[in-house]
Design a protein around this ligand. Structure first.
Ligand code: NG1
Ligand code: ZN
Length: 538
């Protein structure tokens, strides 16, 4: 039976604020840190129940607010996400359970919701509960983790503290723990195991290549600085990393005028790198939990150029397609790409000329699931979150394949090393960074040559506050509105007046706003189109 007494007494120490409604969205629960205590306690309970439901397999819990800033005030954000046993996002039906549990007004109501979940989800409470959890560097983290631990305690779960680490490393742990000792072992379930795996694969992939010039890494003053320092040690001379924005203990520094979201949103170099990045040199920015990556460089005239998730997708997808071809596996291994509506139209065009491309709704779970339908599925959001998934049959094909020429043999070895280099559980800035470096070194590309694969269409992203964002309903992978009535045809009329025009409107899943995206052949036109569509929405 449910340990009602221990849940109740601990729940009384983590009361739900009566005036707040919580929602498990695309980023888990994310809101102002000092309102999240009851949510964290309850997430501890949910993780334990989810583990019991899955026969004691280990569930992950990550405490982070990713790229959100951390102002030194009571308004700093934090958040929490659950990770399913294969290292993937929580199954959608449990997002609904998590929302219901987080909103039960009292301890008694909480018990009732939990009892009914145990019934409907057929949870065998006699099964063990195993959890692994971690947090990013936010100052609000330790108190929230303490509340989470009370949730584990209330359920009698066995919980392993992975300390302060990146979101993708936590996902790696979950998969490594759940595959330990099986023929599908994902790696040793330790940080050493993770860094060993990545750095060994990297070294194999660049063996014999001229070492790349040093890479500047903007760590967003977050946990990526700690992981980056570690990775540096494992890479040795194979790749020289210069870590910047590593002040993980300076209040308010996290994601402040630096990091992947700053670069992508403002399309600017972080001011802190102004005297560091030299013309021609490559740099990249991680976000606050190191699951997003954006590259950039300065041209000879010192002008800043950004290489976002779309450019990364173009670079790596074309590389994989080429390796598959050289290996002689074209007929057996189908490579495909998944994007969202935010992908730059020029990237979609470039990719679609080379391989199948699918567009899905915003949110990693949509991208991940669509990518799983290919033998090798590449997915990247324009904001720099993405990875590559190799299906198990494809990994088996690679292992069993008998190449007939040295070139085929090399290509197959590279593909196998890529399956080890790439964190296949979730987007991973450090793993993606090494992947990009591999391709640049194989192609002998500098930033400018990579950038010239295609030319981005000028684009503008705007947000509009509206009384009720839920009035905005979409279809066709969020590219068209079905409500409010008549709005889509007005947008269509506007778009038709702009050369190369494209625009769409959708409600954000993480903020109380409606987002407007527009692109057009010319900068001024993209800006104008975005402004006029925003005018229709408001
Ligand atoms: P919303 O707020 O639903 O647009 C944002 C990002 C997504 C994704 C999620 C989860 C944009 C335009 N949207 O979603 O790509 O990263 O956050 O973190 O970047
Ligand atoms: Zn992130």
């Amino acid at each position: 039976a449910l340990p009602v007494e221990s849940i109740k007494s601990l729940s009384d120490q983590h009361p739900k604020p009566s005036d707040l409604h919580f929602q498990y969205g695309t980023a888990g629960f994310r809101t102002i840190a000092n309102t999240l205590d009851s949510v964290l306690f309850r997430v501890g309970i949910i993780a334990a129940l989810r583990s019991k439901r899955l026969d004691g397999r280990t569930i992950g819990v990550m405490v982070t607010a990713s790229h959100n800033p951390e102002p030194a005030s009571s308004y700093d954000d934090n958040g929490v996400k659950l990770v399913d046993p294969r290292g993937e996002m929580l199954e959608a039906s449990w997002e609904v359970h998590a929302t219901a549990i987080s909103n039960a007004p009292t301890s008694d109501a909480l018990i009732e919701v939990l009892q009914s979940l145990v019934q409907t989800a057929k949870i065998d409470l006699s099964k063990p509960a195993n959890v692994v959890y971690a947090r990013d560097t936010r100052p609000s983290g330790p108190a929230l983790v303490a509340a989470l631990e009370d949730g584990f305690k209330a359920m009698g779960a066995t919980a392993r503290d992975a300390g302060v680490t990146t979101t993708p490393i936590l996902h790696y742990f979950v998969k490594a723990i759940n595959t330990k000792g099986t023929k599908y072992s994902y790696g040793d379930d330790s940080e050493e195991g993770y860094f060993q795996k990545l750095s060994n694969a990297y070294k194999k992939l660049v063996a014999g290549k001229t070492p790349q010039p040093p890479l500047i890494v903007d760590c967003a003053n977050g946990v990526g600085a700690l992981a980056g320092e570690n990775l540096k040690g494992y890479l040795g001379d194979a790749l020289q990393l210069i870590l910047e924005n590593t002040s993980t203990t300076t209040p308010g520094a996290l994601n402040n005028a630096c990091g992947a979201d700053y670069v992508k949103t403002s399309q600017k170099l972080p001011p802190s790198l102004a005297n560091i990045l030299q013309p021609g040199q490559r740099g990249c920015s991680l976000d606050g939990d190191a699951d997003r990556l954006i590259y950039f460089y300065l041209d000879d005239r010192g002008v800043f150029h950004m290489l976002d998730g779309d450019k990364i997708a173009a670079l790596v997808a074309a590389f994989i397609v080429e390796l598959v071809k050289v290996a002689g596996l074209e007929d057996q291994i189908k490579v495909g790409v998944v994007q969202t509506a935010y992908a730059n139209g020029a990237s979609t065009k470039y990719l679609a000329e080379r391989l199948p491309v699918k567009c899905v709704s915003t949110g990693v779970k949509h991208l991940h699931h669509a990518a799983e339908r290919y033998n090798v599925g590449v997915y990247f959001e324009a904001n720099g979150h993405g990875t590559v998934l190799f299906s198990q049959p494809t990994i088996d094909t690679l292992a069993e394949y008998q190449p007939s020429t040295p070139a085929q043999s090399r290509a197959v070895e590279h593909l196998v090393s890529l399956t080890e280099l790439i964190n296949q559980t979730v987007g991973d800035a450090l793993s993606d960074m090494l992947f990009v470096e591999v391709v640049l070194s194989h192609k002998s590309y500098n930033g400018e040559e990579w950038d010239s694969l295609y030319v981005d269409l000028p684009n503008r992203l705007a947000k509009v506050s509206v009384p009720n964002r839920n009035a905005f309903k979409t279809e066709d992978a969020e590219r068209r509105l079905v409500s409010p009535d008549g709005l889509q045809s007005k947008i269509d009329d506007l778009v038709n007046r702009y050369q190369g025009g494209r625009s769409f409107v959708r409600p954000s899943g993480t903020e109380d706003v409606v987002r407007v995206y527009a692109e057009a052949a010319l900068r001024a036109q993209a800006d104008e189109l975005a402004m006029r569509v925003a005018g229709l929405v408001y």
